[in-house]
Write a protein that binds this ligand. Structure first.
Ligand code: ACM
Ligand code: ZN
Length: 757
């Protein structure tokens, strides 16, 4: 995970169950999806309507070559669970035929399939079993909602149509972090099934971390005895690992569904759990503990020690025995160079190898591991940091710090997986990455020259689990957003239409529910936007999806009223905004504190600029009435990185005010510290400054609680203060203090409202 410094309207018909209801026949009602509102996700590349419908009855037969027998078994079991009686052997007079046929493999995308549904039969054609399974997954989605919810019937009907389909990108994945929190093999299987249902083909299993090591290595048993366990926030032992048999079972389970599990074994950083068990492979020799906290940590593998490479190669040997994937992911991200800078062995290695700096030492490290993998017939993937200090020849790059690393790698003809924090981080909240944002993701940046575009082989959704302790929480983060990514990576339609995707998605919720996925919301119901003009501050409530309705109330004891037009800010209080979907509450109410005061909407001049990552409401942020919450990403806080805050407020006319309050944020984990001191001065003309009050803060707070501190200024002698201009200066502590993982880095200072009473 990352530190602070990055950072059609729907017709009501839609919610009625999603099937066209068609004329009665002698057999009762014939129900099937209306061709014009099919719910397929990902949407096929080509689809054509045919006349009529197909009737599937319990005596169906599946005819295919031996090559497709697994798929025949899969579909047989699946369909047989949906009939009121157990299946009979082929009934010559009354059977429904499903054919799987093979297409010439030389002419097609290997994952392609064709699906024909006619009134007489269903046929799926593909070049290989994977394509047949894709066709089966499409076929499943063609049934009506009653099928998706597990209903059993005498007969089912499908709309007649022809589909020709294949993926736009060859690598379509989900990263699952089973280290920060551990998820057992049944959860992983549920995810493999869901990935297959949406035609994804990679499960990137993040198996090693600072906080836990999740696979056995026979040669190094302490990787389970010690490295798999940490202390949770209550001080209890937390952790676990998969046995080798379980991992093989997962690999087989995934392989049956044409999902490749790519294991990630992090190096040289994010390796503190391993070093806790085997500190001889660190720069200091230890002692080192498994990390019980979140962040980036400085204990990394020693690059000067040849035995470190033996250790890692032994591990990778056992990893390759379990995982047959072409690619092995070796991490490579977020490796602080602090230990290497101070390690005689690492420094000697740099000298011996003629390496200019620690980035080149990291490059040396990765290249050495890459050679080992290549010698064993495998290829290496690493996070975009592996570009620093020189990229090895065959390595693939997973771009997470934006698109730039991916573009750089593509331009040097390396394969690239795009998973930028802007669009693909499923651990991020819906306020920054909602369903629509993911649906807008384009793995190929427009700036990338056409000649290099084919090196972008796909993308992944990254599910980091620092703050995801259980399966329900995990489900709610991954779904439904991963479904949007699945369609982007498969269909990759140039004019993709979110509203149509959204309509189809609604019809997938019954399936998700039936398979035990506790999907979450699609977005945060509303955004509060302050419109500030000469006549005041108006709070506009913007809904994030067209089909939501918004209501609001000012305080707990009031009743909600429908929102119609911007609300004028005229009193202090807490605004509650509740979204509704189809009359049901949609998520928790959004709560925002506002405060009215004498500097509201006055001009503020900045002597130091706020950082572009944390701009709040821009130049009016400190006088817009909206106060920052305990979520420092809420858009109300203004951040200054390594710099002081110095602002002057012009109240236009001289004003008598009782006092002044100003809020600052504290969260050591994200390098945000309270100011050393805060000073205010007042002036009548902006030249002569007469009042001067100082509030000092104590020592920097190094614990990892988030808090807000209000600095208050009163001049009791004069019953208040008087002036037209107020100058406020808050002194940044400068550098992150000693004892912190990020010691010596620039510290953040976060300020919000300056309340002039
Ligand atoms: C990452 O999020 N550190 C790859
Ligand atoms: Zn070292």
């Amino acid at each position: 995970m990352v530190k602070v410094n990055h950072y059609l309207f729907i017709f009501s018909l839609l919610f009625l169950g999603g099937c066209g209801s068609n004329s009665d026949t002698a057999n009762g009602q014939v129900e099937y999806q209306d061709f014009d509102s099919l719910n397929l996700i990902p949407y096929p590349q080509q689809i054509e309507k045919r006349d009529g419908y197909f009737e599937l009855n319990k005596s169906f037969t599946i005819e295919c070559d031996e090559e497709f027998s697994n798929e025949k078994e899969f579909l047989t079991v699946l369909l047989s669970n949906h009939f009121t009686e157990s299946i009979k052997v082929k009934d010559e007079d009354n059977s429904s035929t499903i054919l799987f046929s093979k297409i010439d493999p030389s002419t097609e995308n290997s994952e392609m399939y064709e699906l024909d549904v006619s009134s007489s039969q269903i046929e799926i054609r593909a070049v290989n079993p994977q394509g047949i399974l894709h066709g089966i997954q499409t076929l499943r989605q063609l049934f009506i909602t009653a099928f998706q919810t597990g209903e059993k019937r005498e007969k089912w009907y499908l709309p007649a149509l022809t589909i020709k389909d294949s993926p736009a990108f060859q690598h379509r994945g989900l990263l699952l972090d089973v280290c920060r929190h551990f998820f057992d093999k049944e959860v992983v299987k549920k995810y493999i099934d869901a990935l297959s249902y949406y035609k994804m083909n990679v499960l990137h299993l993040h198996l090693t971390e600072d906080q836990g090591w999740r696979m056995p290595i026979d040669k190094y048993p302490l990787l389970n005895e010690i490295s798999s366990w940490r202390l949770d926030s209550a001080g209890n032992k937390y952790g676990g690992f998969y046995t080798k048999d379980e991992l093989k079972e997962l690999v087989d389970y995934a392989e049956d569904r044409y999902i490749t599990i790519i294991p990630e074994i992090e190096l040289p950083g994010h390796s503190q759990a391993a070093l806790a068990a085997y500190p001889q492979f660190s720069c200091t020799g230890g002692p080192i503990e498994v990390v019980n906290d979140w962040g980036v940590f400085k204990e990394i593998y020693c690059a000067g020690n040849d035995s470190t490479f033996t250790f890692i190669e032994d591990i990778l040997t056992e990893v390759m025995e379990i995982f047959p994937s072409k690619y092995i992911h070796i991490g490579g991200d977020e490796a602080p160079k602090f230990r290497w800078e101070h390690c005689p062995k690492c420094q000697k290695r740099m000298k011996d190898e003629g390496l200019a700096d620690e980035h080149e030492l990291q490059s040396y490290f990765i290249k050495r591991i890459e050679k080992f993998l290549n010698d064993h017939g495998r290829e290496l993937i690493g996070w975009d940091e592996i570009l620093e200090g020189g990229l090895s020849d065959n390595a693939a790059v997973q771009s997470w710090r934006g698109f730039e690393g991916g573009m750089e790698a593509a331009r040097t003809k390396h394969n690239v997986i795009m998973s930028p924090t802007s669009h693909c981080y499923l651990d991020y909240g819906l306020s920054s990455i909602d369903l629509q944002k993911i649906y807008s993701f384009d793995p190929i940046p427009t700036e990338l020259e056409e000649a290099f575009q084919s090196y972008i082989i796909g993308g992944e959704g990254n599910m980091w689990t620092e703050h995801v302790p259980d399966e329900a929480h995990l489900d709610s983060k991954v779904f439904p957003r991963i479904i949007a990514l699945a369609e982007v990576l498969w269909t990759y339609h140039p004019d993709r239409n979110f509203d149509d995707f959204y309509r189809r998605l609604q019809l997938h919720y019954p399936h998700l529910k039936a398979v035990g996925i506790k999907y979450g919301l699609e977005t945060v119901g509303a955004k509060l936007v302050e419109e500030i003009n000469d006549s005041g501050i108006f709070i506009k409530l913007e809904k994030n999806l067209a089909y939501l309705d918004l209501k609001y109330r000012w305080n707990q004891d009031e009743t909600y009223i429908s929102y119609t037009s911007p609300i004028k800010l005229e009193k202090s209080g807490k605004l509650h905004v509740q979204a509704y979907k189809n009359g049901e509450t949609y998520g928790e109410p959004i709560r925002q504190n506002y405060v009215t005061h004498q500097a509201l909407n006055k001009r503020v001049t900045y002597k130091t600029a706020y950082n572009q990552w944390y701009i709040g409401n821009g130049d009016l942020n400190l006088v817009d009435g909206k106060t920052g919450s305990i979520d420092f990403h809420d858009g109300a806080w203004q951040g200054f990185w390594g710099e002081d805050v110095e602002v002057i407020i012009d109240l236009v006319d001289p004003v008598h005010f009782l006092g002044l309050k100003v809020n600052f944020y504290q969260y050591a984990n994200s390098w945000i510290f309270l100011p050393q001191q805060v000073e205010i001065e007042t002036s009548l003309d902006g030249k002569v400054w007469d009042e001067h009050l100082i509030r000092s803060n104590g020592k920097p707070i190094m614990t990892n609680e988030k808090s807000i501190k209000t600095f208050e200024f009163h001049n009791d002698k004069y019953m208040g203060m008087y002036g037209r201009y107020i100058r406020l200066k808050a002194t940044n502590i400068g550098k992150v203090p000693a004892g912190h993982e990020a010691e010596g880095e620039d510290a953040w200072l976060f300020i919000d409202e300056i309340i002039v009473e």
